[in-house]
Design a protein around this ligand. Structure first.
Ligand code: BES
Ligand code: MN
Ligand code: MN
Length: 462
């Protein structure tokens, strides 16, 4: 496979320049201000697919942002790999915490990335990782080594819940027919410790609104006599976990499968340093459900977190006021057998049940998603494992992630095909945070590994 390394060596500067150009487009799907940029980004992905040699490249419009499709069918008898990724990114704020502009990519070295990393919103999640596939495809086309049929489906609404991808998948089942779905939108443990993600969490996301008095009140004249919705909201949220950080919503754990001690022992074999973890986050201690390790808390246990909470006066100085309303955004990450519909309902019933009569409560569900588990004995897993082993020189370990890609469970349901999560990011790459970055080592390693996946996948499907 010398041709792979040679091609990357000859084209690496251009590979970086092209990614940088893509990262300059602020394709923030959550904020309508950037609508034109999101469309422009789809256009750019389309052009790149065409240039790399894809056929039937099309910008497929949806009720929301478009999906870019393209394919190269070399022989209908051969296996087909569907590559999924997203070209939309998270909002960049808080802007003041970025050391360089979020859409003004720069390359800098860090302790973890001594060979440099590209700093920009979307560098790792997911433009950099999605673009590795476009460049690996170009490489396979130019070196005449494409060994399977390939289809691309690159969407623009992943960061806002993929609301329209489901319809697209349902109405394009034959176009999307494939033998495996390959996704790079997750991470590896470390640059010297490759891993493959075999589990993703589901998600239930709600916004709650508490209303106390019909207007903001003087906190002296009314304080102590009227319910303060902010105080009440805090009490209600605090009561949703007990002293062991166990979630108290009745029925919440009913469907959660406990792992066997063997499975837990297997999980514990993945390299993890609690000391380094704490140091990287500048925390004195970790915090979570009693009886579980940090890896188990993020990988296999369902969680509940407040993502935002607001109400009352938050401006300069002091204003003595009891607010009429208080709000919070709350996410619950789900594990296999929990469904977002059920958990959202349990949350809503419980939240309303624990509210005192002195406040009115509304619960607004947002997008949700199902958890996902990937087998470790499928041709796709074995191909990814072999591919990573040949490029990293080490067999990757299977890991369960705390992150969610809700559409993966839907692919399985609608297309009957499992996805393989062969990502190349690091947890420390700051996705969704200020100063997001993607290591050049990781970018090139991804481009190098993908062609190995394709040749192994063909071999295992013969
Ligand atoms: N790529 C991430 C998910 C991810 C990252 C999974 C790292 C595993 C490891 C994806 O873009 C994402 O951010 N998903 C959202 C859910 C979505 C519905 C907004 C998430 O996990 O919060
Ligand atoms: Mn992503
Ligand atoms: Mn994301």
């Amino acid at each position: 496979m010398e041709h792979i390394k040679k091609y990357i060596q000859e084209h690496k500067d251009r590979f970086v320049e092209e990614l940088i150009d893509l990262l300059k487009i602020p394709s923030i799907s959550a904020d309508p201000t950037y609508k034109h940029d999101v469309y422009a980004c789809a256009e750019s992905v389309k052009e790149h697919l065409i240039k790399a040699g894809a056929n039937k490249v099309e910008i497929c419009s949806t009720k929301g942002y478009p999906i870019v499709y393209g394919e190269k069918i070399i022989d209908p008898q051969l296996p087909t790999v569907l590559v999924y990724g997203h070209y939309d990114v998270q909002p960049a704020d808080p802007l003041e915490l970025w050391e360089s502009g979020p859409f003004d990519p720069v390359i800098k070295t860090t302790d973890i990335h001594p060979n440099g990393a590209i700093f920009a919103r979307g560098a790792c999640d997911d433009k950099g990782q999605m673009f590795m596939h476009v460049k690996a495809f170009e490489l396979m086309m130019r070196t005449n080594s494409l060994s399977c049929n390939i289809k691309f489906m690159i969407e623009g609404e992943e960061e806002v819940g993929s609301d329209n991808l489901g319809d697209f998948v349902k109405s394009n089942k034959s176009r999307l027919e494939c033998d495996a779905i390959l996704i790079s939108d997750t991470g590896i443990i470390a640059n010297d410790t490759p891993s493959i993600t075999t589990g993703l969490k589901g998600l239930s996301y709600v916004e709650v609104e508490l209303t106390g008095p019909n207007r903001d009140l003087h906190s002296g004249l009314y304080g102590g006599a009227v319910a303060n919705p902010i105080n009440i909201l805090c009490e209600m949220i605090a009561s949703m976990k007990d002293e062991n950080n166990h979630i108290t919503i009745p029925g919440f754990y009913d469907k959660v499968v406990e792992l066997s001690s063997q499975e837990r022992a297997d999980m514990a074999r993945a390299p993890f340093s609690l000391e380094q973890y704490k140091m990287a986050l500048d925390i004195n201690d970790v915090h979570g459900e009693e009886g579980y390790t940090t890896m188990e808390r993020t990988g296999i246990r369902p969680t509940l977190d407040v993502n935002g909470i607001w109400g009352g006066y938050t401006g300069e100085g002091a204003k003595t006021v009891i607010a009429s309303k208080a709000f919070a955004k709350i996410s619950m990450r789900l594990v296999p057998n929990q469904t977002d519909e059920e958990i959202t309902k349990l949350f809503e019933d419980h939240f309303k049940a624990i509210a005192p009569k002195s406040v009115k409560v509304e619960v607004h569900p947002h997008h949700g998603g199902k958890p996902y588990v990937a087998p470790t004995d499928s041709p796709a897993y074995l191909s990814a494992s072999a591919a990573m082993e040949s490029t990293f020189g080490k067999k990757p370990v299977p890991i369960k992630s705390g992150g969610s890609i809700p559409i993966v469970a839907l692919f399985e349901k609608e297309l009957g095909v499992k996805s393989i999560l062969m990502g190349f990011g690091l947890d420390s790459d700051a996705i969704h945070s200020p100063n997001e970055h993607f290591g050049l080592f990781n970018y090139f390693k991804g481009i190098e590994t993908i062609p190995h996946f394709f040749s192994k996948f063909r071999e295992l499907n013969q």
